[in-house]
Design a protein around this ligand. Sequence first.
Ligand SMILES: [Zn+2]
Length: 240
Amino acid sequence: MEILEAYLTKNPCYRANLAVADSRYAVFQAGGPKGLMLHSVGCAQPKAEVFCKKWDRADYDRACVHAFIDAKTGAVWQTLPWNFRGWHCGGSGNNTHIGVELCETDAIRYADGASFTVLDRQTALADCERTYQAAVELFAFLCCKYDLDPRTAICSHREGGKGGLASGHVDPEHYWSGLGAPWTMDGFRADVAAKLAAPARENDPIYRVQVGAFRNRTYAEAFLTDVQTHYPNAYITTKA
Ligand SMILES: [Zn+2]
């Protein structure tokens, strides 16, 4: 998974987070997300960069999300820190959920509202699958990072609307069904859960997070005490 940092620092939502504009921002920043909401952009624009440029403006006060997934590369363009409060769903879900947008293929043409015609089905399905697989990987990473259960913590904008958390949109299910693609939110949750549960292979490397190294054990213990205020399970290992 490729994550590119593209914070929307000029967007009023980003600035409201920096200023901790009210208690909703403080709560989200301190406690992190309690859920993850999947969106799709609702227009035939596959390039994440186009949205990043358009939304990174002081007068773009309509919306702000945490990431866009590019339909041509599958790269994740992260537009807000994960623990910032976003403006992605037009409801109370903004207080609890990270919002991620799938960019949609340019091999479709929207008519009215959420209906579109498919110009090139093969390209459209390939573009769609690229964002789907990247979203599975990203959501598994975020479930792991924030200790979220994919079966209960993940919803779509459409489901959020039905559950009273969000405005009444239909994304991203309209995109999948409009393409005649096999994907559903239940399937998505199951795919994220499967990714989380996948056993490590024998020769996989082990990634350790190191935050300090000392020749003097007393200094190491003093530093460990600091680290343990945030990560109580941190401990000292010794290398000769
Ligand atoms: Zn949406």
